[in-house]
Write a protein that binds this ligand. Structure first.
Ligand code: PLP
Length: 370
């Protein structure tokens, strides 16, 4: 269906930070399939893991255990909040699981969400996404969501005894890489502690090393009660997961929720390989270093009004139409980026990017902004 205004480019092949179109032209990819290909396109370890698992066992349903799934759950829990893991197939589905869990933990409770947040397109996730243009055509939405401004006092006032959860992205991705302040995140934690509500971080876009730590919450000094992850977790294949801490680990019981494909062996094998690549202190240090370098250099370009971000999750506001710059970058400079607003460019390169790629991207962008 006509749900995307696609560009007139057909990609055929990818390797690392490079994509090739059907005519053999090479492109520098600074979008990574919207923060999915964090390990780079067709990373050899991810490809090998998928090939090997596809030859061994592809699917048995969630009525049974498989080793790749069990070990992936253990690994995700150990790398983060220490509780249990539910596997889904996308970010929106991971958020649906989180919403069901927090409602079951506090029956009929409200979910407080932030202005500027984005949590997905399914009905629960869409209802948590307080954006008129996305919600209005699909009303009525799921009740029980309370949108508040990105302000510590407003957030504190909105959370009470009937609040089931506060759901937020530590860095809001789709609305322009807005880094939430430490003060706001601390207020969310304090309000949840005061009332017994659950603090859930949507790490669908910020997770898997994107911000220079494996999970973004590690870099902000606030530990949530649960995180949702997806995008880069599957190394390029579709997967989502809800990871809880101890407190919420046993809320969902058999029959409460489920998915035919969630956590299947091929996806789980791909995720192990993606984690092998991305959960690496040297790689994460480079993400922080190159991200700082990218932001600094963007600030020096003409036409750039503001630069935001953490690690390699970066946005730049420009003095002209961002969609035009994105289109010209793709078609004239063969640089893949996207726009998250009328004047906002977003950069989400694969995390295996090197300094020379960052310099190359800036050199391709500069003529479009001068
Ligand atoms: N949450 C966040 C923060 C996202 O950025 C996205 C997608 O961009 C989603 C949820 C939805 O993920 P999916 O498209 O896999 O359903």
């Amino acid at each position: 269906m006509n749900t995307y205004a696609r560009f007139p480019v057909e990609f055929e092949r990818g390797e690392g930070v490079t994509l090739w179109d059907a005519e053999g032209n090479a492109y520098l990819d600074f979008l990574a399939g919207i923060s999915v290909c964090n390990a780079g396109h067709c990373h050899p370890q991810v490809v090998a893991a998928i090939e090997a698992q596809a030859r061994t066992l592809m699917h048995v349903s969630n009525l049974y255990f498989t080793r790749p799934m069990v070990e992936l759950a253990e690994r995700l829990s150990a790398s983060s909040l220490g509780g249990r893991v539910y596997f889904a197939n996308s970010g929106a589905e991971a958020n649906e699981a989180a919403l069901k869990l927090v409602r079951k933990a506090r029956p009929r409770g409200d979910v407080v969400v932030l202005h500027g947040g984005f949590h997905g397109r399914t009905y629960g996730a869409l209802s948590a996404t307080f954006q008129e243009s996305k919600q209005a055509p699909f009303a009525p939405l799921v009740p029980g969501f309370v949108p508040v401004a990105r302000d510590p006092e407003a957030l504190d006032a909105a959370v009470g005894e009937t609040t089931a959860a506060v759901l937020l992205e530590p860095i809001q991705g789709e609305t322009g890489v807005t880094v939430l302040s430490g003060e706001l995140l601390a207020a969310a934690r304090a309000a949840c502690d005061r009332t017994g509500a659950a603090l859930v971080f949507d790490e669908v876009q910020t997770g898997m090393g994107r911000t220079g730590t494996l999970w973004a919450y590690e870099g902000v000094g606030v530990v949530p009660d649960a995180i949702t992850v997806a995008k880069a977790l599957g190394g390029g294949l579709p997967v989502g997961a809800l990871i809880t801490g101890e407190r919420l680990a046993d809320v969902l019981a058999p029959g409460d929720h489920g998915s035919t494909f969630g956590g299947g062996p091929v996806i789980a094998a791909a995720a192990h390989a993606a984690l092998d690549v991305l959960d690496d202190p040297a790689l994460l240090a480079r993400v922080r270093e190159l991200g700082a370098r990218l932001r600094e250099s963007l600030r020096e370009l003409p036409g750039v009004l503001d630069v935001r971000g953490r690690g390699l999750m970066v946005a730049a506001d420009v003095d002209r139409s961002a969609p035009d710059v994105v289109r010209r970058a793709l078609l004239e400079q063969r640089l893949v980026i996207n726009a998250t607003g009328p004047q906002t460019l977003r950069f989400l390169p694969p995390l295996v990017v090197e300094q020379s790629h960052v310099d190359d991207a800036l050199a391709r962008l500069a003529p479009l902004l001068s």
